[in-house]
Structures are given as C-alpha cells and as structure tokens.
Design a binder for this molecule. Sequence first.
Ligand SMILES: Nc1nc2c(c(=O)[nH]1)N[C@@H](CN(C=O)c1ccc(C(=O)N[C@@H](CCC(=O)O)C(=O)O)cc1)CN2
Length: 294
Amino acid sequence: MSDSSRIIDGKAFAEKLRAKIAEQVAFLKEKHGFTPGLAVVLVGEDPASKVYVRNKGEQTKAAGMASFEYKLPDTTSQAEMLALIDKLNKDPNVNGILCQLPVPKQIDPQAIINAIDPDKDVDGFHVVNAGKLATGGEGLVPCTPYGCLLLLKDRLGDLAGKHAVVIGRSNIVGKPMAQLLLNESCTVTIAHSKTKDLPDEVRRADIVVAAVGRPEMVKGDWIKEGATVIDVGINRIEVNGKGKLVGDVEYATALPRAAGITPVPGGVGPMTIGLLLRNTLVAACRQRGVKLPD
Ligand SMILES: Nc1nc2c(c(=O)[nH]1)N[C@@H](CN(C=O)c1ccc(C(=O)N[C@@H](CCC(=O)O)C(=O)O)cc1)CN2
C-alpha cells in the first residue's frame, strides 16, 4: 500500500460535499422559493476564530445560502448575547445560528448555546440535540464528529463490531463522536487524561479518533497495523522559528502503520464547515416542512 493511498483527504471530500449542497440549495430556490440562511456570531478578536468565521461566511455564500455575520466587541455581556440570540431565533430568514467558540470569559458558552432554538442549533451543541443523539432522535449532529464519521464510513464502509478508541471527552467532539460510533455498533472506548495506559488502549483499536488538543501526543508506534486514524487536533507549533500546524497524532510515524489517516491540515478541519452547511440545509428544510432534496 502506497503512502498516498493511506491518506484520507478531507479537503477533497468536503469540496464534493459543498458542491452537492450548492445543487440542493439551487433546487430549493427554484422549486420552493426559499434560500437557507446561516447566522454566525463572533465575540472578540481571537485571530483563529476570525479566520474560521470568514471562511464560514464565504463558503455559505458560495453554496448559494444567505450569510448573516455579527461581530461583537470582546466586552459584550451575556445579556447582550442572549438578546441577539432571541432576535435571531425569531427571524424566519435565519435557519441556522451559531456562536463561534471560544467566547470571552464573562460569557457562559453553554448558556448561549442552550438559548438557541434547538431546531436552529446547526452546531448541534444544544442539550436537546445532545439528548437526541444519545437516544436516537432526529436532531442536529455536531459538525466535527459528523465529518469524522463520514470519512470513516467512506473509507471502511460498515463500522459494526470495530473497536474504536476516542481520545478526548469534550462535549463538542469526544462525547458526540463516541455516541456516533456507538450508533454504528462499534465497541467504543473513551480515553482521557486519567486513562491508565493510553498506549495500550490505542494499540487495540481498529479506529482511533484523537481529539485532545496536544501536539503529536499519540505516537506512531501506538497505532495497530492497518488501523484507521482520524486526527481532530489543530495545534500551532513553532519549528526552527517558523509556525507549523500539527495534529494530535505523530503523523510521520503513524502513516506507514495505518491503513488510513487524516492529515493536518486538510483532514478533519475542512469537513467541519462542510457539515455546518449541510446542517443549515437540513434545518431549513425541516423548518419549511420540505423534503431534503436528493
Ligand atoms: N461554534 C463553533 N466553534 C468552534 C468550532 C465549531 O465547530 N463550532 N470548531 C472549531 C473551529 N472551527 C470551526 O468553527 C474550524 C477549525 C478548523 C477548520 C479548518 O478547516 N482547519 C484547516 C486548517 C486551517 C488553519 O490553517 O488554521 C484544516 O484542518 O485543514 C475549520 C473550522 C473551534 N470553534
């Protein structure tokens, strides 16, 4: 197996996904006379968040959807945020709402997320959507884990019976990822900072999803031969005075052992915005009572 055939190209997958969404949006406009709309709220000046929000706006418009951007100063209070969310909840042209994370410390992110109408919560972080994911309801699924799942299914097909190890237990990636894999009948282990022997857990995994936010923490020699590795980490490090982006997995040493591995950049990251557009499309169709176009 060549190294290039082991690489799971999330960038290419996401491009195809976005092209399909653009066709579905054009169909909705022509046949049903409406355009899905996404509102993104950014509070503060975090440089990475600014880039992500700009990319979200550009890709939303490129897919033919309406984009509404709210850029608020980092002194914004929680009450001001809640008032904006209330306004967006009531706006029929806004089908999806998200608040870019992280938010400044005076704002409780979960309070903001839970103030969003769950049917417009295109991040899938609202407690109602988390509950639906856990109980088999039709909610909105968090974008990053949803993107990981699509990449895994595309590469492996049926996941039933696979032993998956998810490293990280955040509400936005680790927990929903584990739930999605469980829903696919995987045997799931969630590893975290208190896990006793992480290398041993990883060595037994057919699927490894790393979402810890620590540069190259998962070593290549922990990866079982033929395993599939999904690297959610996006860590900025400095090498010889130059900035570099690396994942949570030591890519160079994991690549020859893995049957499939996502690179950083160009793996999971681009899928996040692709699935955000898909969630916005799904939310808009549900709100309008229209079947999702094929
Ligand atoms: N409300 C949310 N906030 C945040 C989320 C989220 O899903 N919802 N996720 C991340 C940031 N994020 C989207 O918001 C995001 C991160 C990374 C990428 C991406 O395409 N990364 C590129 C590399 C880009 C770079 O150079 O930095 C890649 O991996 O190839 C897209 C979206 C936190 N906040």
